[in-house]
Write a protein that binds this ligand. Structure first.
Ligand SMILES: [Zn+2]
Length: 126
């Protein structure tokens, strides 16, 4: 892995990525149409085409949702005994909603990490 460059700070980039913003300026949106990556940041004109998020965002989303659902299932069945159809509908709705909420944020996170570490195609630009 390429050595960290101080002009690409990791922590602010990750925070910006979790907000689905440009990893460099944090102002312009990095995504459009839910999950599509913009060609460039509308605010600072950072070229976002070198990103290679690929299967990373769904992998992280599944990892997080599965662990959260494990805790939620435990809490639900430890504190109440819902009807099976109610549990199925409620927990499925929660899992789907959580997945849809986390997926673009995980994509922003991966793009920001790649940008800050010069990974994917970001390392070749400078
Ligand atoms: Zn920007």
């Amino acid at each position: 892995m390429e050595k960290h460059r101080p002009d690409m700070p990791l922590k602010p980039a990750i925070w910006n990525g979790l907000r689905c913003k440009c990893p460099r300026c944090g102002q312009g949106p990095a995504l459009h149409s839910y999950l599509k990556v913009r060609d460039a940041c509308p605010s600072c004109d950072l070229d976002l085409t070198p990103q290679r998020a690929d299967d990373g965002p769904p992998y992280l989303t599944i990892l997080l949702v599965a662990h959260i659902m494990g805790v939620v299932l435990h809490l639900v069945y430890a504190n109440m005994t819902p009807e099976p159809w109610m549990a199925a509908i409620g927990l499925t709705g929660f899992a789907v909603g959580l997945s849809l909420f986390l997926l673009p944020r995980m994509k922003g996170l991966i793009i920001a990490f790649q940008w800050a570490k010069g990974m994917g195609g970001f390392g070749r630009a400078s």
